[in-house]
Design a protein around this ligand. Sequence first.
Ligand code: PMV
Length: 353
Amino acid sequence: MEVKSVTCVAPVNIAVIKYWGKTNEKLIIPLNDSLSGTLHTDHMCAKTTVAISSRFTKDRIWLNGKEESLDNPRLVACITEVKDRARNSGKLTEEELQWNVHICSENNFRLAAGSSVIGRLVYSLSSFFLLSVFFSVYALATLYKIDGDISAIARRGSGSACRSIYGGFVQWITGTNPNGTDSIAEQIVPASHWPEMRVLILVVSDSRKKISSTSGMQRSCETSELLKHRVAKCVPERMTEITKAILKKDFETFAKITMQDSNQFHAVGLDTFPPCVYMNDVSHGIANLIHTINRIAGRTLAAYTYDAGPNACLYLLEKDVPSVLAAVNYFFPTDRPKGEYYRGLNVDVTSVP
Ligand code: PMV
């Protein structure tokens, strides 16, 4: 039987200026610009294969080997739009366009840590589903031979995942067009611009997020006054300043803004009613430790940042990895595997009990 398939590999990104809130839920247009580093490692990524065939009797999706329901409106919208564009491009026959799609996505985050805790580190299952949707669109577009920019369709699958299209430091700009066509990801610099940059990921907890980012964002948009101030004043200033810091490789400024933005994002969570609390006592303990070692060293060794969960991501330069890891392991000892240490704008995985 004839099967056509394409595989793409999607790395994880860690935001330093956080995306929080949408102006359009359906098109996933963000309330504010955001900026992240894409982890450059084979050890933490999601691999998605899409295939079409005349023999497939229906569209199906598998995540980490388990079949999931396909009645997700975001995925259906993406597949329909890709097929419409393919029809207009005239590169596939009408018969091929009728073929059903099989999508198979796997992440190897667990393997990266040598334990299962990393599995839900950045992406809960639902986010992983969206990440898969996002990259399925890319694979589908390749399969259907669609030319031109498809990031606007892909973004409808997942918001923050759109920054993983590029390596290095990447911004996702809100855009001004109400239909979202100019709300796209752009690379600021490739990973080779700042080869000394490292990311340490400290797994504090593998439990599922209590409040999904989608509902947390909705709730913050409805109730947080701080979010309005953040979007109007803080984020635009920080985007400009952190971009300059990245271009100049000014780690002090980069680190300060990264920590301030993470703190403000979690303050917005507390300002939301009822509050969205993502960090726990261990998360706060790690943030304290980073401030303490930075103070004692008389310079900034590391910057912490936390997404919608308790796990800490530390940005730091390669030369400071041994001392920061030693401090983390001393104050937060663990008997879990320490993980490996990779080069590049890169990830080291360690666990905190
Ligand atoms: O893309 P989502 O819906 O999983 O939102 C993620 C939002 C944060 O991770 C908290 C921040 C970000 O910019 O990645």
